[in-house]
Ligand binder design. Structure first.
Ligand code: CP3
Length: 340
């Protein structure tokens, strides 16, 4: 698998590419499946349909890896929290977690209830070409916790950050509970057939530097090292979003550092390029224009070279109304420009 070789800095015929949130609403084929079920969670819980939408971007765009179709919030869902995806608002938990009493009510082993995810993985791995990798994933403890505590997406993260400064003991207890669940969840994904795992820390940038390392990065590294100790052949990819100013502190045993679009690629290369394979980091909004896409791709490839040590990706997720044609163009362009 070209993608897996690239994660380990082995020689590949070109730089592989996949896109965060590559399965989703910008694909008419996704909308068709999505409209055939009650809601988004029903799709996540239906292994046959989830497998179908996982495979769509591989067939349509010819990306080098599929990413499991699911969501980072199935963990709190299966811990017993009431999750709804509201139109125009995104995910909402009606009863957020704010103290030890709330925490005690959560079920400790969500990985046991996530059988629909493992079923999806088995179906996808059977149908996916042997040349293409299947990436499993989880949210980071911190990013999942932001939704559990805030109850919804937030601009200020005031509720969870107040707890960081006023009740750090509680915050660590919540993060430890999530860390243990995520370790077990990712191991089960690997045992079901995923070839690599990525941890999304979408809201890393909500934290000042020392708090980021204490409340987010340290737990991500614990999970990464737990996996590397048991499955050294499974690449672990970490994606903390919005941490350009914190790169000098990045440490730990993992394989690929995913660079967000706000972090200049040359900066990431200087700090981390010798120690980790870098993934990224086209600004997703460039995909509205072919010219802007080409300009962005050329800039990144000039920095990273058409050689080992780089996996092409967006610097955050695909947007719901991007033209499919431009996404196809991006994949062809990267394969073309990086041919060895
Ligand atoms: O293609 C893929 O990348 C695989 C599937 C995937 C989804 N969510 C499907 C999804 C993945 C990897 C995620 C991760 C995820 N979910 C993250 C981390 C990545 C990031 O974008 O920062 C986060 C923060 C979430 C939580 C979440 N899920 C939000 C905030 C929302 C609503 C916002 C939105 O994009 O609509 C979701 C819903 C969601 N997850 C959709 C999809 C395809 C849209 C739901 C729909 O079809 O109506």
């Amino acid at each position: 698998m070209i993608f897996i070789d690239a994660c380990f800095r082995k020689k590949t015929p070109y730089t592989p590419i996949w896109m965060m949130r590559q399965a989703g609403r910008y694909l008419p084929q996704y909308m068709e499946v999505r409209n055939s079920v009650k809601d988004f969670l029903a799709l996540c819980k239906d292994p046959k349909l989830a497998a179908e939408v996982t495979l769509q971007p591989v067939d349509i765009l010819d990306v080098d890896a599929a990413i499991l179709f699911s969501d980072i919030l199935v963990i709190p869902l299966e811990m017993g929290m009431d999750l709804k995806f509201k139109k125009g608002e995104g995910p909402v938990f009606e009863n957020p977690i704010r103290d030890f009493k709330d925490l005690e009510k959560l079920y400790n082993y969500p990985e046991e209830r996530l059988t629909y995810v493992y079923e999806t993985i088995k179906i996808v791995r059977k149908k996916l070409s042997k040349k293409k990798a299947l990436i499993g994933f989880s949210g980071s403890p911190w990013t999942i916790a932001t939704y559990m505590v805030e109850g919804r997406g937030s601009k200020t993260y005031a509720a969870i950050k107040k707890l960081i400064y006023t009740n750090p003991k509680f915050m660590h207890a919540l993060l430890i509970k999530l860390t243990e669940a995520i370790k077990a969840y990712l191991i089960k994904q690997i045992e079901s057939g995923v070839n690599a795992v990525q941890i999304f820390d979408s809201w890393a940038s909500a934290l000042e530097k020392d708090k980021f390392f204490e409340f987010s990065w340290d737990y991500m590294v614990q999970i990464a090292e737990f996996i590397k100790d048991r499955y050294p052949n499974i690449p672990v990819i970490l994606f903390p979003k919005g941490v350009a100013g914190y790169l000098d502190g990045i440490y730990g045993k993992f394989d690929v550092f995913s660079v967000d679009w706000g972090t200049p690629m040359d900066l990431a290369k200087n700090y981390l390029g010798d120690r980790y394979v870098l993934q990224g980091n086209l600004e997703p909004t460039r995909l509205y224009s072919k010219e802007a896409t080409k300009e962005g791709v050329e800039k990144i490839i000039k920095i990273m070279g058409a050689k080992e040590g780089h996996i092409f990706n967006l610097g955050h997720g695909m947007l719901p109304d991007l033209p499919v044609e431009n996404a196809k163009y991006l994949v062809e362009l990267v394969h073309d420009l990086t041919k060895r």
